[in-house]
Design a protein around this ligand. Structure first.
Ligand SMILES: Cc1cc2nc3c(=O)[nH]c(=O)nc-3n(C[C@H](O)[C@H](O)[C@H](O)COP(=O)(O)O)c2cc1C
Length: 395
């Protein structure tokens, strides 16, 4: 695939995705919220950390492999839930899931995805996690949890940072909305991107028809052009509380994680509720624009909870060196949202695989330079300077 061949890093994939997707869809994926403070801060927090290379260490036996929740994975990375994968590529979630399974890393399927969780389990396999947006009517959430359990999902990830949806003004400016808005602006945008229009929408329409949110409860599974699609008001659960987590813990025998934990007290509380993992995340900067960078809140959380709960981190991971830095500060693994989504948008499964491979190669090189053969040898010892000052800085 020519476009993929010209991509040497995640930023190249981003540029290629920008050319391929309608502007409204690209910005829905790429941008964040309000003044883009959080999304910028996430990158700066990674970039502020400088490493020292270690000389004369035999690193010929190094490996990016690690163990997560008792099982080996090839890279300390999982795919984050992103509702838009099925719009970036024809059956994009399946493409991502297949790439993840082949790369031996976990895939998280979003509640808002367009491919049924059962189809992903059957056709892609691999290590599958399911992300839950909680419904105002809790019985609907319980139905979804039962479905994920029956489909054999290993982990349930409850997103806890989305009491309301982000203030994404650019979507309105672009005439972009889910359900699809037949605005003249968006239709012109679509017409100007024939490779997406034919390759994604055209393929849907000539095969399975207009996609739908197949993981929503039956009564809300409208096509993307119908009035009942999109992230529904019923999902904006500003009433979600720790009592819900207790109930989910009772219902879910597998691994339970909370996504969007940013405070020490919340992390400690999660321990009391029998949570197995917390994901330090600010939703890729897409929700609260003044959110602190996740890499800046990670150290104090890791210090407080130690090994009592598995810590993962997302928001801003674009390079393999970012994973090394997150591991050094106490994360066991990271999740990628946009990085792997850009790859999917450019080349489906091959594009997602390319994104994973780019990040893996970069991580391998960073381990070699810093003298680490195994991921458990990565610590702040490889950092240059006093990271303490970074910790206190706001994003
Ligand atoms: C287009 C898009 C859709 C997303 N959809 C969801 C979602 O359905 N559920 C969720 O918990 N997080 C969602 N997220 C947030 C990601 O799971 C993840 O936290 C974030 O993308 C990480 O930041 P990064 O994109 O810089 O890697 C979405 C992110 C993007 C970019």
């Amino acid at each position: 695939m020519a476009a993929l061949d010209d991509c040497y890093n995640i930023f190249d994939l981003r540029e290629a995705a920008k050319r391929r997707l309608p502007k409204g869809l690209f910005e829905f994926v790429d941008r964040a919220t309000e003044d883009h403070l959080a999304v910028t801060g996430n990158r700066e927090a990674f970039q502020d950390i400088k490493l020292r290379h270690r000389a004369l260490v035999d690193v010929s036996g190094r490996s990016t492999q690690t163990t997560l929740f008792g099982k080996p994975i090839a890279l300390p990375m999982a795919i984050a839930p992103t509702g838009a994968a099925g719009l970036c590529w024809y059956r994009g979630e399946l493409a991502l899931a297949k790439a993840a399974a082949k790369a031996n890393i976990p895939l998280t399927l979003s509640t808002a995805s367009m491919t049924a969780m059962e189809t992903i389990a059957k056709e892609a396999g691999g290590r599958l996690w399911f992300q839950l947006y909680v419904w105002r009517r809790r019985d609907l959430s319980y139905q979804i949890i039962e479905r994920a359990k029956n489909a054999g999902y290993e982990a349930l990830i409850v997103t806890v940072d989305s009491a309301v949806s982000g203030n994404r003004e650019y979507n309105s400016r672009n005439g972009f909305a889910l359900p699809f808005n037949p605005s003249t602006k968006f239709l012109m945008d679509v017409a100007a991107h024939p490779s997406w229009t034919l390759g994604v929408m055209g393929r849907y329409l000539t095969t399975i028809g207009m996609p739908a949110h197949e993981n929503y409860p039956a009564e809300f599974q409208g096509k993307l052009t119908s009035g009942i699609a999109g992230r529904r008001p019923e999902m904006e659960v500003d009433s979600l509380s720790w009592e819900d987590i207790a109930k989910f813990r009772d219902m879910w025998p597998g691994i339970l994680m909370l996504k969007g934990v940013n405070r020490v007290d919340d992390s400690l509380k999660a321990l009391n509720y029998g949570v197995d993992g917390i994901i330090v995340s600010n939703h890729g900067g897409r929700n609260m624009d003044s959110a602190a960078a996740t890499m800046r809140v990670l150290p104090e959380i890791a210090e407080a909870v130690g090994d009592k709960v598995t810590i993962l981190l997302d928001s801003g991971v674009r390079r393999g060196s970012d994973i090394v830095k997150a591991l050094a500060l106490g994360a066991k693994a990271v999740l990628t949202g946009r990085s792997t989504l850009y790859g999917t948008a450019v080349g489906g499964e091959a594009g997602a695989a390319k994104a994973i491979n780019i990040i893996k190669t970069e991580m391998d090189k960073t381990m070699a330079y810093t003298g680490c053969n195994r991921t458990d040898e990565i610590s702040t010892d490889i950092f240059f300077g006093d990271y303490g000052s970074n910790r206190r800085g706001a994003a």
